[in-house]
Write a protein that binds this ligand. Sequence first.
Ligand code: ZN
Ligand code: ZN
Length: 372
Amino acid sequence: MATSQRDYYELLGVPRSADAAEIKKAFRGLARTLHPDVSEAPDAEERFREVVEAYEVLSKPETRQLYDRYGHEGLRGGGFTPTSFDLGSLADLFGAFFGDDLFGTAARPRRARGADVAAQVEIELAEAATGTTRQVPFPVTVTCATCAGSGAKPGTQPVTCATCGGRGRLQQVSRTVFGEFVRSQTCPACAGVGRVVEDPCLECEGSGRTVEERTLDVQVPPGIHDGQQIRISGEGHAGSLGGRSGDVYVEVRIKPDPRFVREGNDIFCTVDLTMTEAALGATVTVPTLDGELELELDPGTQPGELRVLRGRGMPVLQGFGRGDQRVLVNVRVPRRLTEEQRHLLDEFSRSEGPETYEADEGFFQKLKSAFR
Ligand SMILES: [Zn+2]
Ligand SMILES: [Zn+2]
């Protein structure tokens, strides 16, 4: 590994008279900004390695002395080579250097917000059109009513943790490639709380929380789409140490409706005409979200023809108006004919000519405009 030739004090930005604490502080600051996890600079890794090397030398009295007297030359003569290390995550590295978490946010137990709850509700498309209210049940953790969340049997109190003396953290001296480090870790006996329950509450077995089945009336607004979530604030799992409760996210699933295909706020449906109905014109019954509707189709209605029922689609979610309903005409051709029918069609066929089928718009064009 290439050894840096730059001045170590300069690299750390400290005077030559700096004491161990100043050096450590300077290194900590630089490592935070230079680590490739954090820095976008292309030379971040190189600079980071230089800074680590400088720290390695200046943080140990023997190597620092050697460097102060004889410079880089002296270190090489003294057999010093920088420790090669893996650029792990910044959090790991800081753990190794200082025994703490990323950016010093040590895991002290604190007031924490409760977790969110996910629930699901399934509704019909027609209900999505009008909006609906559903009772949604879900299990949720709540503060134990018996011990008021302390986890201790009523009449008793949690006591100071003997393992950590109530600090919640343990200090441990360890040897690493960088030398001796004091590592502080969360106390395993009390999980960082600093207090332990000797006589646990029977209701919650000392956890301070119990699971309860809760049911909420969930209002599903008109126009909701499949997969959308409704957030109900503050009805989720209880927080710890008085933190606020989490939220409930209710995912709305809309059952497929065999009559309709939804596309945004528009809905599609098809209507079947027989060959003769298409030729002679007919009144057909069309399903809509608001019930059935009579639709008159002119003589000469073509397969693929589209009728738009304005404002018969889904309502606009949290908006005004509704989408459209598009009715696509399908014409059924007879598959089985009696002798008589065949005869009649033969007769008809003899009488028809090109003018009988005079085209206006091609079938394909119509199909395309149905799906624009
Ligand atoms: Zn309890
Ligand atoms: Zn403890």
